[in-house]
Design a protein around this ligand. Structure first.
Ligand SMILES: [Zn+2]
Length: 210
């Protein structure tokens, strides 16, 4: 709790940053473009105030692999709503291994914070979950296929997700998530329409490019 209080205190100090004002101008300029790519330094979660973290939390997620969509209020008045938590764990299940597992609630906090933050900038889209929990078999299969997957991946513990937001570059999305300072952030840049993805986890704070 001490670190959370410290975090909030720091957030107050930084809340005077007028990021939305600055971004308002460039958003108009960006509107004509297909890629929403504000300068990453404008996406700084440290500018958030206490009110932000006290709001009820609704997450909108989509699993492109299965076509599932969910929009669920999962946290309110400081408490996780169990039925909604179970639903989110189901969405983040291993769709290849057909197994669900408990997901670290801190991961949902990062996902919600990310979604709620970018909504302030008029980007209102479900987060695409490319991968959530993975069984060891599924993780090994990815490795055999040459897809990035660490042997001791935090996906195996329900502490990681690979995500994407359509039209938002991996650099901007990852920069925002890194600014939450809640764990590891992997940047996976890819050319083509997918534009890459971001790995986010609740492990040690670290950043890498894959
Ligand atoms: Zn990952």
């Amino acid at each position: 709790m001490a670190s959370r209080r410290e975090f909030i205190r720091r957030s107050f100090a930084l809340s005077a940053l007028a990021a939305p004002m600055v971004w308002a101008k460039s958003r108009k300029e960006a509107a004509a473009q297909t890629e929403l790519a504000p300068p990453p330094d404008l996406f700084d979660a440290q500018a958030l105030d206490l009110d932000f973290w006290l709001k009820p939390r609704t997450l909108s997620l989509v699993r492109p692999q299965t076509g599932e969509r969910t929009r669920v209020l999962y946290w309110k008045d400081g408490e996780v709503i169990d039925s909604a938590y179970q639903e989110l764990c189901h969405v983040l299940r291993d769709v290849n291994g057909k197994r669900a597992a408990p997901i670290d609630p801190k991961l949902f906090e990062t996902l919600w914070g990310t979604q709620a933050f970018i909504e302030r900038y008029g980007i209102s889209q479900p987060l695409e979950i490319l991968s959530g929990y993975r069984t060891e078999e599924s993780n090994n299969r990815l490795r055999e296929q040459g897809i990035p997957a660490a042997r001791q991946s935090l996906h195996l513990q329900g502490k990681a997700a690979d995500i994407r937001v359509p039209r938002l570059s991996a650099e901007v999305l990852g920069g925002l998530i890194r600014s939450f300072r809640t764990g590891g952030v992997g940047f996976y840049y890819r050319s083509g329409p997918s534009g890459g993805w971001i790995h986010t986890d609740t492990g040690l704070q670290r950043t890498w490019k894959g």
